[in-house]
Design a protein around this ligand. Structure first.
Ligand code: SF4
Ligand code: SF4
Length: 491
């Protein structure tokens, strides 16, 4: 067994075997968070990572997500980066398409999709999202902790260094670590801001005209501070204290939800190697503590399902390594479900999450359909002016309107609008044709005039035809207001 794996004393206290340094801690019997000592002080975690099966999967996912985060604002698709959330002009460019705040249906489908996906993933896979895909775990475990280990050494060295009195050596190491954290955080924060400004504007702006980019500089500084605080100091407390997803998980879980669990029937009574009691069948757990030492939130998974467990499977890798070294079957700690633990078959899909799955497919299907059948333009007619209508000397009734043209194409369009019916209606527009640049919005004033005889109960329907040189064509119906009787009087 690796020398980094230590044993606890027979009494079950947190102490290691004599002569070994203590590298893991078991929470006291009172139900405290593992990261908080009985006196309320912070207990820092220094997980001893085992590079097993799940660690390799998580590392691949983590690197892919990091590359994606840094690449999306850099990769051009059409005239914009793959993702550009241009709040200033209220245009959101995503993978070649441009969305506006008026895309209400899209926004609703997206929001609903996110909610039901969280429900489906949470009820089916438990906290697998936390352990495998959440940015908190991804950046902490696969970027900031590796930097820390590179500069300070492994968990044992880190603990030793922290206990040392301050010296020039300790100061240099800590400065190197926090300085590197700050550099990485600046890069992450600047990339974050680039999602809203685009690198093409941000980079020259920061380099040549920083005085004009004070808002961006302030945001970069604030986000950098938050990143360093979170990944440098706050760490596991984000998952165990602050994150609402963990609390939501309690509501979403049931007996079939996937979780990381210890096989008590096989593991107990836990017995340290060479400490077997004659005549008593020893469990498979050798009480080495490797699972606890590996846990980034300090959980002792042998105590059962706990809210602090974020599903990283680091304890699974640690225990499997121990079992392999002992020549015993792996899987003493594994992904399972409460029902499976009780001897029944695993049931990942069940009525509850099948409903979530169906809703999820509806939401994302609707979003996909809306995106792929998106019109080249949006044209909206709304009432304008201070009065609902005016009766002209000729006896005709005029309605003032405002017509908004949103060009959703990546090229300029010239729009024309004419009246289809009634045939004796006339339309005057403040400009014609209406020229709208790529992905821009133009609003024009208009007056529609209709003979008074067309009005019934104070209303008359008019139909417009909107066309563009980009191939857009749409008929729009609008309800005009007018007098209730033929003398031009209201009721
Ligand atoms: S108990 Fe295991 S799965 Fe849960 S957070 Fe700790 S190491 Fe990860
Ligand atoms: S469950 Fe596995 S890793 Fe944890 S103490 Fe027992 S043998 Fe060691």
């Amino acid at each position: 067994m690796s020398t980094a794996v230590h044993t606890r004393d027979a009494g079950g206290a947190a102490g290691p075997a004599a002569g070994h340094e203590r590298i893991f801690e078991i929470a006291p019997p009172e139900e405290l968070l593992y990261s908080i000592s009985a006196d309320g002080s912070r207990r820092f975690m220094h997980p001893v990572v085992r590079k097993g099966h799940y660690w390799h999967i998580r590392r691949r996912i983590a690197y892919a997500l990091m590359v994606l985060f840094f690449a999306l604002p850099l990769i051009p698709i059409g005239d914009h980066p793959a993702v550009l959330l241009d709040i200033a002009t209220r245009r959101f460019h995503m993978f070649g398409a441009t969305f506006h705040p008026t895309d209400n249906l899209l926004l609703a489908a997206f929001g609903f999709g996110v909610v039901v996906t969280v429900f489906f993933v949470g009820s089916t896979f438990g906290r697998v999202w936390c352990g495998f895909g959440c940015p908190q775990t991804v950046y902490l475990e696969f970027l900031f902790r590796p930097i820390e280990a590179f500069i300070e050494g492994g968990p044992t060295n880190q603990r030793r260094l922290n206990k040392e009195p301050w010296s020039a050596h300790k100061l240099a190491i800590k400065a190197a670590k926090w300085g590197t954290f700050a550099l990485v955080a600046v890069l992450m924060a600047t990339t974050f801001v680039a999602y809203f400004t685009g690198w093409a504007a941000l980079a020259p702006g920061l380099l040549h005209e920083p005085a004009k980019w004070t808002g961006a500089l302030f945001t970069i500084a604030a986000v950098t501070g938050l990143i360093v605080f979170d990944f440098g100091w706050f760490r596991d407390q984000m998952c165990t204290i602050a994150c609402p997803y963990g609390r939501l998980q309690n509501v979403l879980s049931d007996k079939d939800t996937l979780l990381v669990a210890y096989d008590t029937a096989r593991g107990e009574p836990r017995t340290r190697l060479h400490h077997e009691t004659p005549g008593v069948a020893a469990g498979a757990c050798v009480d080495c503590g490797a699972c606890v030492a590996a846990c980034p939130t300090g959980v002792d998974i042998r105590r059962g399902l706990q809210v602090e467990c974020i599903g990283t499977a680091q304890c699974v890798d640690a225990c499997d390594e121990v079992m392999r070294k002992l020549g015993r079957p792996t899987g003493l700690i594994t992904f399972t479900s409460e029902r499976e633990q009780q001897g029944a078959a695993r049931r990942l899909l069940r009525p509850r999450n099948l409903v979530y799955l169906a809703l999820m497919l509806v939401a994302w299907g609707t979003l996909g359909t809306l995106v792929f059948t998106r019109a080249d333009a949006l044209v909206e007619v709304v009432r304008g002016g201070r009065e609902p209508y005016r009766v002209l000397n000729s006896g005709a009734v005029a309605n003032q309107q405002r017509i908004r043209f949103t060009n959703q194409l990546g090229q300029r369009q010239r729009f024309d609008i004419t009246v289809l019916s009634p045939g004796d209606a006339t339309l005057v527009v403040s400009e014609s044709p209406i020229v709208v640049d790529a992905e821009k919005v133009v609003t024009v004033n208009a007056v529609t005039t209709v003979p008074q005889g067309r009005f019934h109960d104070g209303q008359a329907t008019v139909r417009y035809l909107v066309t563009s040189d980009g191939g857009y064509r749409k008929e729009i119906e609008f309800l005009l207001l007018g007098p209730y009787d033929s003398e031009g009087r209201d009721r």
